[in-house]
Design a protein around this ligand. Structure first.
Ligand code: GTP
Length: 345
């Protein structure tokens, strides 16, 4: 079975970080999330992928090529203009098998596919939507289902007392190719807002089943930082290609560190990182491969992307730093790293 990964969106909620990188390529514990995702699906027997790309398409294509280096086959469905989450599927139609998986490539999860695929085969839907249970359904499109799991409707952001359930679309679907008949070919279309409601109304063959395990939409800075706290706390099990030196301290190869540097667990220091005199790193900090932290940089509850170079004396707390930008949870504070003295390579 093929998996279609939707990876072409603009990632506006993660700007400015997504000015230069597609959101699904954002590093998670120093490896692009899309790579974690492909390897996780490969472990479950999926070896053929189509990636639907648009925003910074070449970054994704150049990174993965034909997939050989990961032991999978990858094709690309490139959009001339943004087609939306359903339009992107329609655009990839000629590359898809009769039954296929669709995954929003910005959803972090480690779900087991077999129960979802079995449910789909048993119920005969055109689409089976993986559902996740949330604490606060008032922020989401919540599903109303029959006892058999058939979805009757989506209720957008219901007040708590009116919510028919706490189950929401997890951004993971099994689809029959026939379902694509209901998606127009020539314009942007949203799967949540248009295709699913149309399919529910016209065919009654949309089902949903709850997927278990870690699930997080990394679409905002808050949640991206939350994800890294979960990695460091072991709630999300990421494979870390680094040595665990002490409890909660992972260090890569070729790290150069001044003798007075303090590492406060939990912390991940990537390969070939340079930490100059007076740096304090952690707790809850991830420093990407080849990053350079100049003298007296203090960094906690933050993620420093690979290849970032920071000059002296920064106090970083609750921020994500890329080679181009420092982004924190208050968008007004987002700033270009140029303005805080980037070391020139
Ligand atoms: P925001 O602008 O912050 O909402 O982000 P987004 O539009 O990139 O992501 P959203 O959560 O809305 O979309 C879910 C997934 O679908 C993400 O992995 C996106 O990359 C992808 N996606 C969204 N729109 C498109 C599109 O028009 N084409 C393709 N190929 N993928 C898309």
């Amino acid at each position: 079975m093929k998996a279609l990964l939707l990876a072409g969106g603009l990632g506006t909620r993660l700007r400015p970080l997504t000015e230069n990188l597609p959101k699904p390529m954002a590093p998670v514990a120093n490896r692009p999330w899309l790579e974690h995702l492909i390897l996780h699906l490969k472990e479950q027997g999926i070896e053929q992928f189509v990636i639907a790309v648009k925003h910074h398409a070449d970054t994704i294509r150049n990174h993965f090529g034909d997939g050989r280096s990961l032991g999978v086959e990858i094709e690309y469905a490139v959009e001339r203009q943004l087609m939306g989450t359903a339009g992107a599927i329609k655009n990839a139609e000629s590359m898809l098998s009769d039954r296929f998986l669709v995954l929003n490539a910005d959803i972090i999860h480690q779900i087991q596919l077999i129960p979802l695929l079995d449910f789909h085969a048993k119920h005969g839907g055109l689409v089976t939507i993986g559902l996740t249970e949330v604490d606060d359904p008032t922020q989401y499109g919540v599903v109303e289902q029959t006892a058999s799991g058939r979805i009757v409707r989506f209720v957008e952001k219901p007040p708590r007392h009116a919510a028919p359930s706490n189950r929401v679309n997890a951004g993971i679907y099994v689809m029959e190719k026939q379902a694509l008949r209901w998606i127009p070919a020539d314009r942007e279309t949203s799967i949540e807002r248009e295709t699913f409601p149309t399919l529910i109304q016209q065919t009654g063959r949309v089902y949903g089943t709850v997927i278990r395990g870690y699930w997080l939409d990394m679409g905002t800075l808050d949640r991206y930082l939350q994800l890294h706290r979960d990695v460091l706390d072991g709630r999300f099990r990421a494979q870390l290609p680094y040595t665990k030196k002490e409890p909660g301290i992972w260090i890569g190869r070729g790290v150069r560190m001044a003798t007075d540097v303090q590492l406060v667990p939990p912390v991940i220091i990537g390969d070939d990182v340079v930490l100059e005199r007076g740096c304090t790193v952690g707790p809850y900090a991830v420093v990407g491969d080849r990053a350079v932290l100049g003298r007296n940089v203090h960094c906690s509850r933050s993620v420093i992307w690979p290849d970032t170079r920071l000059e002296v004396s920064h106090d970083l707390n609750g921020v994500v730093v890329s080679p181009h930008f420092i982004a924190d949870c208050e968008p007004d504070h987002n700033r270009s790293t140029q303005s805080v003295e980037v070391l020139q390579g």
